[in-house]
Design a protein around this ligand. Structure first.
Ligand code: SF4
Ligand code: SF4
Length: 619
């Protein structure tokens, strides 16, 4: 698996965007619909600047300790090649010979100084600068500088000094002395070197890179302390002035390259902002500047991202110079010269690869559109509060239009949005409170109505029970909704037993309780909403009088069932039916009387007219 060099642990990130602000190439991006920043590994130049600004330590670099432990466990001979800035890092170790011994105790067979490689490469630089052929160079010692040019200033690739790094020069020396199969671990302050040894074939001389911080962790893990160890010096060949390399112009002093402001041909710059300015101005105006540039991304290798956090630059610088002085006191210059000569024939050239990561430039309209969105259209867009991570509102708008940032990162835009959001939230809270009140009111009304409905239902049920006639209410599925005792008595013993368990036979299917002609009548009334009244139906050996009527159209029907053989119903029915017969006869008699009365009048009228006409004829 390809583990990225730098990673952001989301569970630790507090979304402060300090890393976004610190990244020189905008490799840390906050995409739309995301809060957490992400690292675009193709853009990252491995400067490690983001590590030091992340207070919750959410940004980590690839750990190499496990790989190193595996290598140390193997049967291969292993050499540690140690960057000269180790003297600035281990201010807590009294004598450099102690940390050499501590490294040996980890299992390394050889411990060599990279400052010897600095001595070799600085000579190469001297030759390159002295042999001026009209072209100016940028030193290629610092991995992030090389990466910056390969990815974001590819036009300058031919101006990178085509020389190997001191680390690779030292690894070649080690391989020459101890054999090609010797494993080589570089111990230094740089994290970008971890990627370089993986990505560049020329760098395969080094098997793994361990930072000073990782070295400290290994000492702790294996409980290696200086107080119970004897001195041990670095293995030969020893470095000379190369031990000044951690100070940015140390490489120049190592080879006595002229640094004079009047006659020198090299300008040294270090630190993020100086580097970005230097590379930009080299690109635009090198024909005017006419200098080689010696560039270090960090403030010298003293302050590299692989050193312990919180180190003080000038104290480290003093430690480095004190160490160099101590080493030079009884330095065997003749032996050193002999060693330099012995490795003189090595090829120290290297090449570079264009890896252009630049995005197409946004148009002015696109930038203006973003400025409008964030409410900065009428502002001086060349300044800004920098809270978003960009130097000016324009730079920020430029990145938003490239898709590298999102408007919410602008603090004023997001505050304005938040205020509007709070206002909207307050309004919706008020509305919600009103709705809640209304709901409470309607709930109260509903509860009252429910109580009333319950009371009414209880009253009706009680009234139903008082009636002699059977009363029955069924739903659209012909299931009983309610029935009274009169109905249950009509049905007989079985129904009475069911009633004991399910009072009122609620839910019982009508089909199972009554013969089919009843069922059909109920269906008819439900389907047609047409009442069936006073229908006599045989039920077993008895006779029932049934009236079925709609209570709720298509939904609920009611029925009154009377047992015609019960004594109360019989006498009542006989009286009703005798009354009906009397009423019917009376009406018939009335009709007959009327017809007879009318007929007599007509006959009288007719007789009178005959007599009248007869009288007339006689005359
Ligand atoms: S610096 Fe970056 S990674 Fe660290 S907490 Fe802030 S946003 Fe997260
Ligand atoms: S290491 Fe440097 S280039 Fe890479 S993300 Fe961090 S700040 Fe950006």
């Amino acid at each position: 698996m390809n583990i990225p060099l730098i990673e952001i642990k989301k569970d630790k990130c507090n979304v402060c965007y300090a890393c976004v602000r610190s990244c020189p190439v905008n490799a840390i991006q906050v995409k739309q619909n995301q809060d957490f920043p992400e690292i675009n590994t193709d853009w990252c130049i491995g400067c490690g600047g983001c590590l030091n600004v992340c207070s919750p330590k959410a940004i980590v670099y690839r750990d190499s300790k496990e790989t190193v432990k595996e290598i140390l466990k193997s049967s291969a001979k292993v050499a540690a090649i140690v960057g000269p800035s180790i003297s600035g890092e281990f201010d807590d170790i009294t004598d450099y010979r102690k940390f050499v011994q501590m490294i040996r105790h980890l299992g390394f067979d050889y411990v060599n100084e990279v400052s010897f490689g600095v001595d070799i490469i600085s000579q190469e630089y001297k030759k390159l600068f002295d042999d001026f052929k009209g072209k100016h160079y940028i030193t290629s010692i610092c991995p992030p500088i090389v990466s910056l040019i390969e990815k974001f200033h590819p036009e300058l690739i031919d101006n990178l000094a085509p020389l190997s790094s001191p680390m690779i020069a030292t690894a070649k020396v080690v391989h020459k002395i101890y054999g090609e199969d010797t494993k080589v671990i570089f111990i230094g302050p740089c994290i970008a070197a971890k990627n370089d040894i993986k990505n560049n074939k020329e760098w395969s001389e080094v098997d793994e890179v361990l930072t000073f911080v990782e070295l400290r962790q290994l000492f702790e893990e294996f409980n290696i302390k200086e107080n119970n160890l004897e001195f041990s010096d670095f293995d030969s060949p020893l470095g000379y002035k190369g031990s000044l390399f951690p100070i940015s112009n140390g490489i120049l002093q190592a080879a006595d390259i002229d640094e004079s402001l009047l006659t020198g041909k090299v300008t040294t710059a270090e630190g993020k902002s100086n580097i970005l300015a230097a590379v930009g101005q080299f690109e635009q105006s090198i024909d005017y500047i006419k200098q080689n540039f010696n560039l270090f991304y960090c403030e010298g290798c003293l302050m590299g991202p692989g050193t312990s956090r919180g180190g003080k630059k000038f104290i480290r610088r003093t430690l480095v110079t004190e160490y160099a002085n101590k080493r030079l006191c009884d330095f065997d210059l003749e032996d050193w010269k002999k060693n330099i000569k012995a490795f003189d024939a090595f090829d120290h050239t290297r090449g570079f690869q264009v890896n252009d990561q630049r995005l197409p430039e946004p148009t002015e309209d696109e930038i203006q559109e973003v400025l409008k969105v964030i409410g900065k259209a009428d502002y001086d867009d060349n300044v800004g509060c920098e809270a978003c991570g960009y130097k000016s509102c324009r730079d920020f708008a430029y990145s938003v239009s490239k898709g590298l940032a999102k408007p919410d990162m602008c603090i004023t835009f997001s505050l304005k949005n938040k205020q509007e959001y709070i206002k909207a939230l307050k309004k919706s809270n008020d509305d919600l409170a009103k709705i809640q009140n209304q709901l409470k009111q309607s709930e109260k009304i509903a509860r009252n109505e429910q109580t009333k409905a319950k009371e009414a239902s209880e009253t009706i049920t009680a009234m139903m029970q008082k009636l002699n006639a059977g009363v029955l209410i069924v739903d659209e599925n012909l299931k009983i909704v309610q029935s009274n005792e009169g109905f249950i008595n009509i049905l007989g013993d079985e129904a009475r037993e069911i009633n004991e368990i399910i009072p009122g036979l609620v839910g019982a299917d009508l089909k199972t309780l009554l013969p089919v002609q009843f069922y059909k009548m109920f269906s008819y009334v439900l389907t047609n909403n047409d009442d069936v009244l006073n229908r006599d139906v045989h039920f077993g050996e008895g006779l029932l009088n049934v009236s079925i009527f709609t209570i709720r159209k298509d939904k609920v029907v009611g029925a009154i069932v009377r047992d015609m053989f019960s004594p109360e119903v019989r006498s009542e029915e006989v009286i009703n039916r005798v009354n009906d017969v009397i009423d019917e006869n009376l009406s018939l008699v009335q009709q007959i009387g009327f017809i007879l009365g009318e007929g007599a009048a007509k006959t009288e009228k007719m007789l009178n007219s005959i007599i009248e006409s007869y009288k007339t004829k006689k005359k």
